[in-house]
Write a protein that binds this ligand. Structure first.
Ligand code: ADP
Ligand code: MG
Length: 641
């Protein structure tokens, strides 16, 4: 006798649910997609216990016709396609007809709906069976209530993570919907608390403001373009706003949020070298195309898609981003000038505020443009000359302010600002370093030296300090050395039990995104452990009025970085957070490479380094000190064998 049998509907639906309904977020995704397909302009999602207890989705869409009420819970029952042709021309989000069947097999579902303004209906389904059906007062549209998710599939329930994680995932999918359909107003409530509400006015940049906050939204650039087959539009954040993962790159194809490695790659290529290594941009990009060019039936959750003519699309995206970023003249022009100005600063330092007027003047070509090559050449020769004619400090400013032909007034002003900032920054960094070095040596004279006594010989390329003693020659990376010194200083300070605070002249204002505000408690507690108190100011605004006295000079950007870090690494424990904070603060304004130091400054740096706990590697693990023993030197020169 044969042993094969057809599974009953409840069982086969449960099997399908295994693929489609992984967690509460999947239910929200499928039901919101149905509401969008039904033409809703307002969709409200209310969850209890991160959706495990209850998910209620209300829409003002078409409603469900009386005849369809029972059909919709059957597997492969859909109103969205009817033949082969339709399958390859999909314009709706759903089409497989399995979401409701799957959901109804792993939870208790209630539907209240009203179609065409006619009489309302209520239908209840449990274990894939209709348990009741009544006339019921309902407004035009549909309300789907899903309760006790996974009550009958304990194995699945086990895979569900903490409520916090699950709620985060629901928020995440809602954010994607808000960006993919800016014309729909979405609301998300959790245990009766409003988490997100979008504007629904059709503007993608305003949708992004709701999700990422004003700080980012003010710094996004619109992109728009098309080739024969594809139309692309959206917004990309300027490269100074980056994140440590791809999560903030949202790609939508015909309104559907998708993940596609090649498109992500094209976006990153578009940013080219503007992104630091390991950092990713914030973008929201919509691609529209003829549905026949995209196969969405690759995966049950339809997040992965297969595209025809992919190279054409990639080239378009990469080029659009490149053009727009270059068009903004974000980096090249300013940074070239900045570089030259930084070199002024080094020169100023090296020659004790004596710079040759000629050196500077000659870096402008006859058209009044900045001549980088000439400037660099000049700088290089300049650094080998020992005596230069003295010149006023004001002269440098004068050069920046002097009317240079063809450079618009505004730009000159900006250049001046950049210059001033660099000088201020560099001075502050230097003063801060000296303070820390002095502080350190004072507190550490009792502790033992970790480096042998070293005599400073000189400096190479404004980057490495060469020292010697009886044992050999030592080369020290000055930037890494200073990072180590500051790192130990800050780590020590951050670890203090109580912090002496100073009131800020200008309080620091921080605006969190709705998603972040939700996780605020975690943030608040971790920040206060290191002496930073973020106080709620109203809405999503927070304020910091005081910081510890030992805080780095630029308190604002430090606090912003701390907040960013905490949201990026939510699970971080306090020790790790302290450690990371110390690393972050230590690299903030350490002397960069190419910074000429006076002999006393080098000596002070080496001395402070000697008393650190680990003078051989910087907090990032790169070497600070390299030694050539006398024997090795002799061997190199073949004096010994
Ligand atoms: P699919 O979306 O793939 O068609 P579903 O199982 O998600 O399959 O839904 C089945 C059908 O139920 C849909 O095709 C649609 O006709 C109907 N439906 C589901 N939700 C709604 C809703 N919120 N408003 C109107 N109709 C709905
Ligand atoms: Mg569906």
């Amino acid at each position: 006798m044969g042993i094969i049998k057809t599974l009953d509907a409840a069982l086969s639906n449960k099997i399908a649910a295994g693929e489609v309904i992984e967690r509460p977020q999947s239910v929200v995704k499928e039901l919101v997609e149905n509401a969008i397909d039904a033409g809703a302009t307002k969709i409200t999602v209310a969850v209890e216990e991160a959706g495990l207890k209850k998910i209620k989705i209300t829409d003002n869409g078409s409603g469900i016709a009386e005849d369809d009420l029972e059909l919709m819970f059957l597997r492969h029952a859909t109103s969205k396609i009817s033949d082969d042709h339709d399958l390859f021309h999909i314009r709706t989000l759903g089409f497989r007809g399995e979401a409701l069947a799957s959901i109804a097999s792993v939870s208790r579902v209630t539907v209240n709906t009203c179609f065409d303004g006619a009489v309302g209906h209520q239908i209840k389904v449990e274990n894939s069976k209709i348990v009741s059906r009544n006339l019921h007062a309902a407004r035009l549209g549909t309300e789907m209530i899903v309760e006790d998710l996974f009550y009958n599939t304990p194995a699945r329930l086990k895979y569900v993570k903490s409520l916090q994680t699950e709620l985060g995932k629901i928020t995440d999918i809602m954010n994607r919907f808000i960006m993919s359909f800016p014309n729909i107003q979405f609301t998300l409530l959790s245990d009766d608390k409003l988490l997100i509400q979008s504007v629904g006015n059709g503007k993608l940049n305003e949708a992004m403001a709701v999700i990422y906050g004003m700080k980012i939204a003010k710094d996004i650039i619109e992109i728009q373009g098309e080739t024969g087959d594809y139309k692309v539009n959206g917004y990309i954040a300027k490269p100074e706003h980056t994140r440590s993962n791809r999560h903030y790159m949202s790609i939508f194809i015909n309104g559907r949020y998708i993940k596609n490695f090649m498109i992500s790659k094209a976006i990153i290529n578009g940013y080219h070298t503007l992104l630091p290594i390991g950092r990713y941009p914030i973008v929201s990009i919509h691609i529209s195309m003829d549905p026949s060019l995209v196969d969405v039936n690759v995966h049950p959750t339809k997040q992965e898609v297969r595209l025809s003519k992919e190279p054409q699309l990639m080239a378009l995206i990469e080029q659009l981003i490149k053009e727009r970023l270059l068009g903004q003249s974000l980096i090249p022009k300013v940074s070239t000038k900045k570089k030259v100005l930084e070199q002024f600063e080094q020169q100023k330092f090296e020659y004790d505020q004596r710079i040759s007027k000629e050196v500077v003047k000659e870096t402008y070509n006859p058209d009044g443009q900045f001549d980088v090559k000439a400037s660099n050449a000049q700088m290089n020769t300049a650094s080998t000359i020992h005596e230069l004619p003295a010149i006023d400090e004001e002269k440098i400013e004068e050069i920046c302010e002097s009317p240079v032909p063809k450079v618009p007034v505004q730009e000159v002003a900006m250049e001046h600002d950049v210059h001033q900032n660099i000088i201020n920054d560099s001075r502050a960094a230097h003063e801060e370093a000296i303070q820390i070095e002095e502080g350190l040596t004072a507190t550490q004279t009792n502790s033992s030296r970790k480096l042998p006594y070293l005599e400073v010989v000189g400096q190479v390329h404004g980057t490495y300090i060469v020292c010697q003693n009886d044992e050999g020659m030592f080369m020290i990376d000055q930037h890494a050395a200073q990072e180590r010194i500051k790192y130990e200083y800050y780590k020590n300070k951050i670890g203090e039990v109580s912090h002496e605070l100073q009131t800020l002249l200008f309080p620091i204002n921080i605006q969190l995104t709705q998603d972040e505000a939700l996780k605020f408690e975690m943030l608040q507690h971790k920040l206060s452990e290191i002496g930073v108190n973020l106080e709620h100011f109203g809405g999503r605004d927070y304020v910091v009025n005081e910081v510890p006295v030992w805080f780095p000079e630029d308190a604002k950007s430090t606090v912003e970085d701390l907040v960013d870090y905490l949201f990026e690494h939510q699970q971080v424990n306090l020790n790790k957070f302290r450690e990371e904070t110390a690393i972050m603060m230590s690299c903030k304004k350490s002397i960069k490479a190419n910074h000429y130091l006076k002999k006393e400054e080098m000596e002070r740096l080496i001395n402070a380094l000697s008393y650190t706990n680990e003078p051989y590697t910087c907090p990032h693990g790169r070497p600070i000190t390299i030694q050539f023993t006398t024997y090795e030197l002799e061997k190199l020169f073949k004096r010994v064998m």
